[in-house]
Design a protein around this ligand. Structure first.
Ligand code: ATP
Ligand code: MG
Length: 282
């Protein structure tokens, strides 16, 4: 496996955004699962490009600007999917893409991106008027990507998401960026997703191969507004790379870093009582 690569970050480096030099830059290391950022020509990155295409199409046809990545339970691959999707979207020349962490319970964007500081971030913007989205984002210039960490704040996640400022924050992000990708908590065990639903245009629901129980997926979909479920992302499939592609792919890599995307699953399921086991490869 290749060693994680470093990236240069520009933006706040401490809790006091006002006192920070805008050009503060540091070298940090990335999680190896971030194929869109680390191995943009790999098979895995191409699969995330398929997801990017779906999101771009929905932006054009259905005004999908703000998309939240969720899953029924924990550790299904939400954060990994959110980062790879945002990284793939940001590869379009001129695209303005914001990746924001609204999982205040297990904030992971900074960890997976190798960023040192969680502050300032969403919670700081929500709780302290002196913080804005504009001066809290980290700019990953080499990926053309803007990142807003979860931040820090002494408030329960549910109460934070209920603040009117949360809706304003999402609106501010919507105005400033072409795509806003939100990394969110699991939908079933905690109520956060129900509040986030009011501010976003759609949810991508990550389903972990060999891991997410069907019952839990059904429960999650039952809790969500069907109109907001814009697709399912099947993460961690261990199917082999198709022979057609193998000559392009690095033969040393056989990890699970790719996924399948299924659109309109929910509608078809309700119409035909289709079960998740009938998914087909896209
Ligand atoms: N497709 C994949 N291939 C290999 N490893 C993966 C893949 N997807 C996720 N992982 C790994 O699985 C772990 C959990 O992934 P991730 O943090 O993205 O899940 P999550 O749903 O965001 O978890 P949480 O519920 O804690 O927020 C991480 O260590 C991540 O690197
Ligand atoms: Mg996560």
């Amino acid at each position: 496996m290749p060693a994680p690569q470093g990236l240069t970050v520009e933006g706040p480096t401490s809790g006091d955004a006002a006192a920070l030099p805008a050009s503060a830059a540091r070298r940090v290391a990335l999680d190896e699962c971030l194929a869109s950022l680390l191995r943009p020509t790999s098979f895995e990155a191409e699969r995330y490009r398929v997801l990017r295409h779906a999101v771009e199409t929905m932006r054009r046809d259905a005004h999908l600007h703000v998309v939240a990545v969720t899953s029924p339970g924990t550790a299904d691959g939400k954060t990994t999917t959110a980062i790879n999707l945002a990284g793939a979207l940001a590869q379009a020349p001129g695209a303005r893409v914001l990746l924001a962490d609204v999982d205040f319970r297990r904030p992971a964007l900074t960890r997976q991106l190798g960023l040192e500081d969680r502050r300032p971030g969403v919670l700081d913007v929500l709780l302290q008027p002196e913080f804005t989205v504009a001066d809290s984002v980290r700019r990953l210039a080499q990926f053309n990507l803007s990142v807003l960490p979860a931040g820090v704040g002494a408030v329960a996640p549910y109460e934070a998401l209920k603040l009117p400022r949360f809706e304003e924050l999402v609106e501010e992000a919507r105005q400033r960026y072409d795509y806003v990708v939100l990394d969110t908590p699991p939908f079933v065990p905690v109520p956060d997703g129900r509040l986030i639903a009011g501010c976003v245009d759609g949810f991508l629901v990550v389903v972990a191969a060999h891991r997410t129980p069907r019952k839990e997926l059904a429960e999650a979909l039952g809790l969500m507004d069907p109109a907001k479920v814009v697709g399912l992302v099947f993460n961690g499939d261990d199917a082999p790379i198709p022979p057609y592609y193998s000559r392009y792919a690095d033969p040393r890599r056989r990890d699970r870093s790719w996924w399948r995307y299924r659109r309109g699953f929910y509608e078809r399921r309700t119409q035909r009582e289709e079960s998740p086991s009938t998914w087909s490869r896209t």
